[in-house]
Design a protein around this ligand. Structure first.
Ligand code: ADP
Ligand code: MG
Ligand code: MG
Length: 456
């Protein structure tokens, strides 16, 4: 007799206080002593299992309990875990157990490491992530899936290629180090080697029709999975879901929403299909209308590839002179340098004597806003040859200001070859300093205004 100590059992009530007989442990002699297994708290409920946080001696474990009607997914998940060697990005499996529940029906337990952060879905719902952490999450999921998909022979141990068939953010768990493990192998399938015992034949009919509707690839929704190359086809289905997982993750990446609030966590297609999409809705959306999760406005800027805002006209036109690559790429840098001068001097109090200095503006912010698209920048910079505008205050004909404006213009010249070199730009700035000092000492007007300014 084994007593479950259910100390806390949120949302379930007394009827789940099992007092169980252990079935003969003949199925697989446990290497862990399960006599000390305690179920402490309900932490998850999926389609097939009820998951508890538990303890086994001093160790924190998670226990997935399958009722007798869910024997098939249990047997399947157990057989898959037995095929999986230890891997950083696969849930660490410990043991299984078959028992008789209070209702006299058998019950199946799958015992694994406990992951306190819970599922990726929960993790992303409760926090935003920066670029690096987000990459860590998705890279580790991808690594887990790559491992799953790979057939391996290590000595006399054979690991077949496996398709997950239910990849989604609830079936990925987050480790304390911010990497993920892939979990829930109830629907998974070995794609190579001899078919696993316990893999029911009745499953074959549904080979292409399992998984969570929201994450089903169009070919699954259409019942058109290529069964002639089943191995490749089922891997492709997993990768479709992986793409949706990337979207769900990066939609919570604070670095991809600079200066705005990050949207709350959304499941893929939540906006389009709500919380409980039917298969018909997903068919219409994904197969017929070929819709995919939408990229937000903030991602239009492509800022991580090279910032559209600062792209020289020849870059925007795809017309960089590659015959003299060295000179051409230096000219591209100098164009951006000119914009940088503008952004900086637009905040120079001495250049706005007697008026308030404009708030900081990115180059072309007035013309193209916060998230310019490449098309907008092409129109602006290449076609209309626009550049950041000099303010009224700079109309004043002091030699220093005139020279400053010329320096900028000579940096961002439409003709790349006419631009200053960086060395030349540096010399011009050095001259500017001298000019400024000289004018300040000869022009009382400037003197007074700067003095006033410093006083403010
Ligand atoms: P099902 O097959 O019923 O979907 P899962 O294995 O996906 O069951 O588990 C259901 C939920 O329980 C998961 O989405 C997750 O939130 C939680 N869970 C499962 N295993 C663990 C674990 N090892 N550590 C922490 N939480 C877990
Ligand atoms: Mg699940
Ligand atoms: Mg499952």
């Amino acid at each position: 007799l084994v007593f479950f100590c259910l100390r806390v059992l949120r949302g379930r009530g007394k009827q789940s206080l099992h007092n169980l007989n252990m079935l003969e442990a003949a199925f697989s002699p446990p290497s862990l002593d399960l006599d000390n297994l305690k179920l402490l708290e309900l932490i998850g409920r999926g389609r097939y299992g009820t998951v508890y946080r538990g303890s086994l001696d001093e160790r924190s474990v998670a226990v997935k309990v399958f009722s007798s009607v869910n024997r098939q997914p249990f047997v399947n998940e157990r057989s898959i875990y037995r095929l999986l060697l230890d891997h950083d990005n696969i849930t660490h499996f410990l043991e299984t157990e078959e028992r008789v529940g209070t209702d006299g029906q058998p019950e199946y337990l799958l015992i694994m490491d406990f992951y306190p952060h819970g599922s990726l879905c929960t993790y992303l719902s409760t926090r935003t992530v920066d670029w690096l952490s987000c990459c860590r999450l998705v890279i580790s999921v991808t690594r887990g899936l790559a491992y799953l998909h790979t057939e391996l022979v290590k000595g006399d141990v054979y690991k077949p290629a496996i398709s997950h068939r239910d990849l989604n953010s609830r079936n990925v768990l987050v480790k304390p180090d911010g990497c993920c493990v892939i979990s829930d192998y109830g629907l998974s399938m070995a794609l190579t080697g001899k078919r696993q015992s316990g893999h029911a034949e009745e499953d074959n009919t549904a080979i292409s029709e399992v998984g969570t509707v929201r994450y089903m690839a169009p070919e699954v929704l259409e019942g058109a999975v290529n069964l002639r190359d089943c191995e490749a086809a089922l891997k492709q289905v997993d990768v479709y879901a992986l793409g949706l997982l990337f979207w769900e993750s990066f939609m919570r990446c604070a670095d991809l929403f600079p200066g705005e609030s990050v949207p709350t966590f959304q499941l893929a297609f939540q906006a389009e299909a709500g919380n409980h999409p039917t298969i018909e809705e997903m068919q219409a959306l994904v197969s017929r209308h070929k819709q995919r999760p939408k990229f937000p406005e903030a991602w239009k800027e492509n800022s991580l590839v090279g910032t559209v805002r600062y792209m020289a006209p020849e870059v925007l036109e795809g017309a960089v002179n590659l015959r003299d690559c060295e000179a051409a790429l230096k000219q591209v840098d100098v164009y951006a340098l000119g914009l940088l001068f503008w952004e900086s001097f637009m905040r120079c109090a001495d250049l706005f004597p007697g008026e308030s200095v404009p708030t900081f503006q990115l180059a072309f912010q007035a013309e193209a806003g916060n998230h310019p698209t490449i098309e907008e920048m092409q129109a602006l910079v290449s076609r209309h040859k626009q550049r950041p505008k000099f303010p009224e205050a700079w109309k004043e004909n002091s030699l220093a200001v005139r020279s400053l404006k010329e320096t900028m213009e000579d940096c961002w010249d439409q003709d790349a070859e006419a631009r200053l070199t960086a060395q030349c730009a540096e010399e011009r700035l050095a001259e500017l300093l001298v000019l400024w000092e000289r004018e300040k000492s000869t022009s009382p007007a400037v003197n007074i205004s700067t003095a006033l300014h410093n006083h403010r």
